[in-house]
Design a protein around this ligand. Structure first.
Ligand code: F3S
Length: 387
């Protein structure tokens, strides 16, 4: 791999051991994937931030790091709201360990915005190269924004944040971003809510795997694209998808719509994902709610009182910008938490049946929370939580 003189010095240990190890990681990754060079990135998003997922060995590794990130970097959700963790019922010992993890990242210069929706914080735009780790964020950045990132592991994203570069391979290269499988739906007009698109992504992702799908015949909005991509990233390993005339790269003259294979998804399969099971709790905001979703939820909950625990998750910056919506939601008894989520927090482990409005949460709640999951629209979640 061709390295700049300064990168060679970093690799030789002239800028300290942590940077040397991070450069070794990037160069090793580049060699495995056939990259010829490192390219600068404009931001990083680091996963492996919840103590529930990284545990004591991850914390040990972080404690040894001695460097600063050189590009804007945010964290994936951690295991609790940093300010309201007691209200969430987080045990003291977990909170203490989680705080250590957060402090370790803070020492590296990472901004304490812990979210899987960093794109709501205006840290990226079309065409930029990134090193993001969280699968739904990667899918949204590549597909909806038209930025370019591989689906990084947590350590690789951190290494890229510290070096400010990432190996040039995979989805950083335009020719690798063309679709290789088509997806059509038999009754696309039946797809109305973000949960419908989440369920579609949940079904389609299983057949797509890690390929790049090209959807035709649907016109999802940004929240619906977010829900569909997150679900495909979870039930499959999708890191980029295209929707004809909707996602930006399909409007390129060089975009090729020919695909060797097309998958047909029926609305009957999508409807089958929905159930009417009784639940113990409701959780929305996977991925974290957009400003529009927060406002819609506030409208739905106004004048109502929840009778079941109702967890709402969003980025701290989004919450701060919408105080009236948050007040309206919390007046119903629902709780709006920042920094964390249904899957990476231990707060929801105490429930056996959880209702969500997300295809991704539907895929992960059984394994990560040990609960049965039910999917419904945002309005259905409100109905169930207030009945
Ligand atoms: Fe985000 Fe947690 Fe869902 S990280 S995409 S809210 S599982």
């Amino acid at each position: 791999m061709q390295l700049e003189p300064e990168d060679e010095q970093i690799l030789n240990g002239e800028y300290g051991e942590t940077r040397q190890k991070m450069m070794e990681l990037l160069v090793g990754l580049g060699k495995v994937f056939g990259a010829d060079e490192l390219i600068p990135i404009t931001s990083a998003q680091v996963s492996g931030a919840s103590y529930k997922t990284i545990g004591k060995w991850g914390l040990e590794w972080l404690r040894k790091m001695d460097a600063k990130v050189v590009v804007p970097t945010v964290l994936n959700p951690i295991g609790m709201d940093r300010l309201r963790w007691k209200e969430m019922g987080i045990p003291e010992d977990f909170a203490a360990k989680q705080k250590e993890v957060v402090e370790a990242y803070e020492r590296l210069g990472i901004e304490l915005e812990c979210t899987c929706t960093p794109y709501y914080l205006s840290i990226t735009q079309f065409g930029e190269h990134l090193a993001w780790a969280e699968s739904s964020a990667v899918c949204y950045a590549n597909s909806v924004i038209g930025a370019r990132t591989n689906r990084e592991g947590g350590p690789a994203a951190l290494a890229a944040a510290i070096i400010g570069k990432t190996p040039f391979y995979g989805l950083h290269i335009f020719k690798n971003r063309l679709p290789d499988v088509g997806v059509v739906i038999d009754e696309p007009s039946e797809l109305k809510d973000a949960a419908d698109f989440g369920a579609l992504g949940y079904v389609a992702g299983k057949s797509i795997g890690n390929r790049i799908p090209f959807f035709t015949g649907i016109r999802p909005n940004r929240d619906q694209l977010k829900a569909m991509g997150a679900a495909m990233a979870a039930s499959g390993a999708v890191a980029l998808f295209h929707v004809d005339t909707i996602t930006p790269e399909t409007r390129f003259p060089t975009f090729k719509k020919d695909v060797p294979e097309t998958i047909e998804v029926s609305m009957a399969e999508v409807r089958e994902v929905f159930s009417a099971m009784d639940v113990d709790a409701v959780a929305v905001g996977c991925p974290h709610l957009s400003p529009e979703e927060l406002e819609t939820l506030a409208t739905l909950l106004t004048g109502k009182t929840v009778t079941k625990p109702f967890f709402v998750f969003a980025a701290r910056g989004v919450i701060a910008d919408h105080p009236q919506a948050v007040t309206a939601i919390e007046r119903s008894g629902a709780k709006v938490y920042a920094d964390t989520c249904v899957v990476v927090s231990p707060a929801l482990d105490r429930y056996d049946r959880i209702m969500v409005n997300s295809g991704k949460a539907l895929a992960y709640v059984p394994t990560m929370c040990g609960a049965v999951a039910r999917i419904g629209t945002l309005a259905e979640c409100v109905t169930v939580a207030t009945s």
